[in-house]
Design a protein around this ligand. Structure first.
Ligand SMILES: *Cc1c(COP(=O)(O)O)cnc(C)c1O
Ligand SMILES: [Zn+2]
Length: 389
């Protein structure tokens, strides 16, 4: 295995990967897995990937988990990068693509993070996994925990879409509904985990969900023949995918697989919960908690993210930006995308299509730019949002 240790994203303190870890023990910030990339480069050429099975575990050399250990897998990753020609045409873009993450197990890209995180938690001896979730993370944890033979304890706001709650229950998880936000759910887990023996699987509060999510970046590069797009639009909650992709770009450059050019990264948030947009505009290094957070795009209902500073750095260093979208516009956009492209997108994915139009109007995206939108989940989980429209 090429994983050598975990390193704090702020203070750099080294942590051992061989034991279960959450945040940095010194400063309470996220830990990143570090690999011996020189050794990876000797063992693996990017051309070798072409003949491997379509799964995110094809990037095994840059993922955690010792080689002889079988991953906890449901067939995640390897999702299509689809041309969105009709939508591009009417929006004045010649080169628009959608990475359709709804085609993952449990219908969202949360599967990517959970396959790596649950595989490592099981390998390192955890038996009871807990997560706060306002939507798809719960279902993904429930599925992978069941597959691994581990307990899943899922804390959800009581207004989480019904499909997510029922999904968790039917996958055998213990579901607790909380009258509050995802941050309140996280606080409840933090309070009880020591006594209950739970391992906290919150995004970026354990080191391996980001590793699964980073395969978005590896797949994108491979699917674009080892180039990157000019622009990426990412619907942002905790930001693990955005942060993970950037990590993948850096690793791939170190491996000599891509050059130093980077896409302009845009965060898309709901106007009712936009802590990153607000901090970006204010020029702040960290984002303060967004008050009275509300949006029906439950994946974006994250008023405070532990990886805020990592996202803000990426948006600035890439020359990208941060935009908000109204809920009504997301809902209306879902049908337009559906009718044009044959994809029933989640409101979070729809938000990116709305943001795209706004950025084109504002002159921040050009007609010839190669643009990739992440449709992070399926509209089928949000029937209560679409029923009334
Ligand atoms: C969780 C989620 C998001 C946000 O992802 P982060 O990596 O936490 O920013 C976006 N869309 C959907 C459908 C989600 O489930
Ligand atoms: Zn630290």
């Amino acid at each position: 295995m090429f994983l050598t240790h975990l390193s704090c994203t702020i203070c750099g303190l080294r942590h051992e990967w061989e034991q279960l870890q959450n945040l940095c023990t010194n400063c309470q910030k996220p830990l990143f897995p570090v690999y011996d990339l020189a050794a990876v480069g000797r063992a693996l050429k990017r051309e070798d990937l072409a003949v491997r099975e379509k799964s995110l575990w094809k990037y095994r050399e840059v993922l955690p988990l010792p080689p002889k250990v079988e991953p906890v897998s449901l067939g995640e990753g390897g999702t299509p990068l689809l041309r969105a020609k009709k939508f591009g045409d009417v929006s004045g873009l010649t080169n628009l693509w959608v990475k359709d993450e709804a085609q993952n197990p449990t219908q969202s890209f949360k599967a990517r993070g959970m396959t790596t995180a649950v595989s490592m938690a099981k390998h390192l001896g955890a038996t009871k996994l807990a997560v706060p979730s306002a939507g798809n993370a719960g279902g993904a944890l429930a599925a992978y925990a069941a597959r691994a033979g581990l307990e899943a304890h899922i804390f959800m706001p009581s207004d989480t879409p019904r499909a997510n709650i029922i999904e968790c229950r039917e996958l055998g998880a213990h579901v607790v509904l909380i009258d509050g936000l995802i941050t309140d759910c996280g606080a409840e887990i933090a309070k009880r985990k020591a006594a209950e023996g739970w391992f906290d699987m919150s995004t970026l509060k354990e080191p391996y969900r980001v590793e699964g999510k980073k395969t978005l970046g590896y797949e994108l590069a491979e699917q674009m023949d080892w180039t990157l797009p000019d622009v990426i639009l990412y619907p942002t909650g905790g930001g693990t995918g955005l942060i993970g992709m950037w990590k993948a770009f850096e690793e791939m450059e170190a491996l000599g697989w891509i050059g130093s050019a980077r896409p302009r990264m845009f965060t898309v948030q709901a106007s009712g919960c936009a802590p990153i947009v607000r901090a970006f505009e204010a020029g702040e290094k960290f984002a303060t908690e967004f008050p009275d957070a509300h949006t029906l795009a439950s994946g974006l209902r994250v008023p405070k993210a532990v990886g805020d500073f990592l996202m803000l750095d990426i948006l600035r260093n890439s020359g990208g930006g941060a935009v908000t979208v109204e809920d009504e516009a997301m809902i209306a956009m879902t049908r337009e995308v559906g009718a044009a492209e044959g994809l029933f997108v989640a409101p979070e994915g729809a938000a990116c299509f709305v943001a795209l139009r706004d950025l084109v109007s504002a002159g921040k995206i050009g007609a010839e730019d190669r643009v990739v939108i992440f449709n992070t989940g399926s509209g089928i989980k949000y029937l209560d949002c679409y029923e009334a429209s």
